[in-house]
Design a binder for this molecule. Structure first.
Ligand code: 5RP
Length: 228
């Protein structure tokens, strides 16, 4: 099976956790694309009443086109469940997200949700976080100073570029700096430090957030409960 088939199998399985009447958070990315398809199919076939909040315009567009009602987070009651992808998940269920530069909105939605499920293919499960570069969403004003500080801390920052070689702009017109650290020994300590650097709007460390991980594997789908 190729990676996309594994992503799809995890997404289809996770769509089964959606229940009638739920207020649902929808993540962003190629795995979530399959999720939205699968949820929309259930909404249509089983006549489910689902209202969703989206973490990107991409997902919102797909969901609306497929008949899922999408509303603004500000107009939504507490979300029952958010399903999203992830870039890395370690043995303690800590994660890196933001490969699609949507981690700010994803974290806002995740932290306003009663339950969070991540859907991934098996390659995303790692012993230690950090092989995947850690994304930071940063305010353009004064970002060179921040970049210098990150360099001085040996965090190996690099601006993320778009397809035209320009600095990528997020939904909120900020830049993304990726930290190429190869291994993150102490995710909580790093997260705390990053939380205190003015100019960083949000980082891609998603710690103590996920409740369940649905993994597409060669030999089937595994559902793993995080101990929280
Ligand atoms: C976007 C994300 C995605 O969830 C993450 O990058 C996984 O993407 P994919 O499902 O395409 O592998 O965090 O900001």
């Amino acid at each position: 099976m190729n990676m996309n088939q594994l992503k799809k199998s995890a997404a289809v399985q996770a769509a089964k956790f959606v229940e009638d009447g739920m207020m649902l958070g929808l993540g962003t990315g190629s795995t979530v694309y399959y999720l939205v398809e699968a949820v929309a199919k259930r909404v249509q076939e089983e006549k489910l009443h689902i209202v969703a909040v989206s973490t990107s315009s991409r997902t919102a567009k797909q969901a609306s086109e497929l008949g899922i009602k999408v509303i603004d987070l500000n107009d939504a009651p507490t979300l029952d469940l958010t399903i999203d992808g992830a870039d890395e998940i370690d043995e303690n269920f800590q994660g890196i997200k933001g490969g699609g530069a949507a981690h700010l909105l994803e974290k806002i939605v995740a932290t306003n949700s009663k339950r969070n499920i991540w859907i991934v293919d098996q390659s995303k499960l790692v012993k230690k976080l950090g092989s995947f570069p850690l994304p930071l969403e940063v305010i353009p004003f004064g970002c060179e100073k921040l970049f210098q500080r990150l360099t001085a801390e040996n965090l190996h920052p690099e601006y993320r570029l778009d397809e035209n070689g320009q600095r990528l702009r997020t939904h909120n017109k900020n830049f993304v700096i990726d930290l190429h650290m190869s291994a993150i020994e102490h995710p909580h300590i790093l997260a705390d430090w990053l939380d205190h650097q003015t100019g960083i709007v949000e980082h891609g460390l998603f710690l103590d957030i996920v409740n369940q991980v649905v993994v597409g594997k060669e030999n089937g789908v595994e559902i793993i409960n995080a101990p929280r």
